[in-house]
Design a protein around this ligand. Structure first.
Ligand code: GRF
Length: 250
């Protein structure tokens, strides 16, 4: 199972969505650790309730490199393969991002590249857009600029307030983030410049397939050779294994 480390700063409803999706066995993943940079983050309660290890690493009044080195130590010690930012309110340094190249995702409450940064729902509402939504993207060195993995649109409705709109976006966030994690868990995330894709969609045949079973087109092979494709995972590699039987924890 893909070992996921979730970074939070607050409420943790997206964390809850991941926990619930794992419990429903919709994810070939487990949350190995939840790290919060705030000791009073409600998400910590959610993690504890689910029996997930929590670690508080304060970021306030600390050098960013020290804070991040502490996080890396925790993540590496738990064998974390995918870092999920779920309402994590700190910008990560190049150091951290390079360490987990193409293995950090973030959920953003707008359809990027529109409305990056804070208060994205309000930015979209104030702009008067008819459609907004949410985006799961790989984290690169910019703010909300990394390649997009999953997007779900949300229509603005007559009579909406920022709050009602944000609530409908949040519902979709709770679908988008687990979906993106599952793409990683299945080893289906390929990064080719700005484009990512679950590729190829052999999962739809109901089997987790080995990398060797797939013939990559030339451009994909080149991206793969450069290390830009996340390899298929060993645990998910039994071609005989039906999806329903793929969860060793029962
Ligand atoms: C979400 O709206 C997410 O898109 C943004 O921060 C919020 C976190 O909410 N990055 P929660 O802590 O997951 O409830």
């Amino acid at each position: 199972m893909l070992a996921v480390g979730v970074l939070i700063s607050g409420r943790g409803s997206n964390l809850q969505a991941i926990i619930d999706a794992c419990a429903r066995k919709e994810l070939f993943a487990r949350v190995a650790v939840v790290i919060s940079n705030k000791s009073d983050a409600f998400g910590l309660e959610r993690a504890r309730k689910a029996g997930i290890e929590t670690v508080i690493i304060n970021s306030k009044d600390r050098q960013r490199i020290d804070f991040e080195k502490d996080m890396i130590e925790v993540l590496d010690a738990r064998g974390v393969e995918l870092v999920v930012l779920a309402g994590f309110m700190r910008v990560l340094s190049t150091y951290f991002i390079r360490k987990y190249k193409n293995r950090i995702i973030n959920i953003h409450p707008a359809l990027l590249p529109s409305f990056p940064g804070e208060d994205a729902q309000k930015q979209a509402f104030d702009y008067g857009v008819k459609v907004t939504g949410c985006t799961v993207h790989l984290v690169d060195e910019g703010v909300d600029t990394g390649p997009i993995v999953v997007q779900i649109p949300v229509e603005c409705q007559e009579g909406d307030t920022v709050e009602t709109l944000a609530a409908r976006i949040l519902e979709q966030e709770h679908k988008a983030l687990p979906r993106a994690i599952q793409y990683f868990a299945e080893g289906r995330v390929q990064v080719d410049g700005r484009r990512t894709g679950p590729f190829p969609a052999h999962h739809d045949a109901g089997l987790f397939l080995q990398e060797k079973d797939i013939t990559f087109p030339e451009n994909v092979q080149a991206a793969k050779d450069e290390g830009n494709i996340i390899p298929f995972r060993e645990e998910a590699a039994d071609p005989e294994l039906p999806v329903a039987d793929a969860y060793p924890d029962g």
